[in-house]
Design a binder for this molecule. Structure first.
Ligand code: PLP
Ligand code: COI
Length: 340
């Protein structure tokens, strides 16, 4: 397969249109067969559920070219399951999980020329999504939905790639205690736009959100979960019902225990104790594992001993092992890699 002529090492996390996308429609209580299309545009009624009441959910995962030239997708079955959970929470029909995985394989295969080559530092980001498409004016779920999946080649989510970033403790909340923080719905991201613009204007790369009820516990950022490393090398990650259950985080905990022999702990993490950790990182599909060098809490600086120049040693090991598994040069646990 001839790859597209793209300067892979210079692309950031942006939208580059590719040739094919997958689409399936839900009407009269059932999904149609679905197909690939070249049409990147969607024409909707002015009163569509997604336009009026934000009834939309999405997912994010990545495909890679391995050293021996195969194209692989990382744990799409996990995204299928989370997508179904998100749909149920917003009163949307579930797109069957096996069809989700098949649609991803189809759209990646159809755009194989856009999967960045092995070693380029880039990957193919996959964005499945679903939205209410028929008119609704009273507040209620739509009756008709569209499921779509497109792909776009991406580079690092944060400028500078593996360079540690500085983030701030946000004055805004991302999610309510019994709200929708644990699902991947567009509305959570709309909520975070003002906070991220404010953080960027102040020179920070991201926000650390706290729990809305007490504002004492660490939640997550706008697009990634936290991982911390204690001074004695334990991997700690915040537990909360209002954060997105990151597939990257769950994979990291497994890798830490089973590949690196590290102790792990998923528990409530108080903002007060963050200063005592040795390393901090953000983890997610887009973020991969991005090191955090400094957190600013209303003028008070928390500086991690790992510094602002490179990843701390434990986070580096986690990063190398996880990306090694994703890119096919470290043997993956059973079922983690889908070859398309
Ligand atoms: N938290 C938020 C708010 C996200 O948007 C994402 C990205 O998907 C994550 C965490 C990380 O989740 P995952 O590792 O499944 O990509
Ligand atoms: C992802 O990592 O897939 C996300 O959806 C996060 C988003 C900030 C791009």
């Amino acid at each position: 397969m001839e790859k597209k002529q793209i300067d892979w090492s210079s692309i950031g996390f942006g939208y580059i249109p590719t040739e094919k996308r997958y689409v399936s429609n839900y009407k009269d209580g059932k999904w149609d067969d679905g197909c690939l299309t070249e049409d990147a545009n969607i024409v909707l009624n002015e009163c569509a559920g997604v336009l009026q009441y934000s009834q939309s959910v999405f997912e994010g995962m990545k495909a890679y070219t391995t050293e021996d030239g195969r194209i692989v997708v990382f744990r799409p079955d996990m995204n299928a399951k989370r997508f179904a959970d998100s749909a149920r929470r917003l009163e949307m029909p579930v797109f069957p999980e096996d069809r989700f995985v098949d649609a991803i394989a189809q759209v990646v295969k159809a755009n194989a020329a856009y999967v960045p080559p092995y070693g380029s530092g880039a990957s193919l980001y996959i964005r499945p999504y679903m939205f209410g498409s028929n008119p609704v004016i009273g507040v209620k779920p739509a009756d008709e939905y569209q499921f779509r999946a497109f792909v776009t080649p991406v580079g690092p989510y944060f400028k500078g790639g593996a360079k540690p970033i500085t983030i701030k403790v946000s004055d805004f909340d991302r999610a309510a205690p019994h709200g929708t923080g644990h699902i991947k719905a567009g509305l959570n991201y709309a909520m975070s736009l003002h906070a991220i613009v404010t953080a960027h204007e102040e020179g920070y790369a991201e926000n650390m959100y706290l729990d809305a009820a007490t504002r004492t516990k660490v939640e997550e950022t706008g697009g990634a979960n936290f991982i911390f490393v204690t001074k004695d090398g334990k991997v700690v990650t915040p537990k909360s019902n209002s954060i997105l259950p990151s597939i990257t985080r769950r994979s990291i905990l497994y890798v830490a225990e089973h590949y690196l022999g590290l102790e792990t702990e998923e528990r409530e993490v108080y903002l007060d104790e963050v200063k005592d950790f040795a390393e901090c990182g953000l983890c997610g599909t887009a973020a991969v594992i991005s090191p955090v060098g400094k957190i600013v809490d209303h003028g008070k600086e928390i500086c991690f001993p790992s510094g602002m120049d490179e990843m701390g040693p434990v986070i580096k090991k986690l990063y190398e092992t996880l990306t090694g598994i994703q890119m096919g040069h470290i043997e993956a646990p059973e079922g983690w890699i889908q070859v398309v």
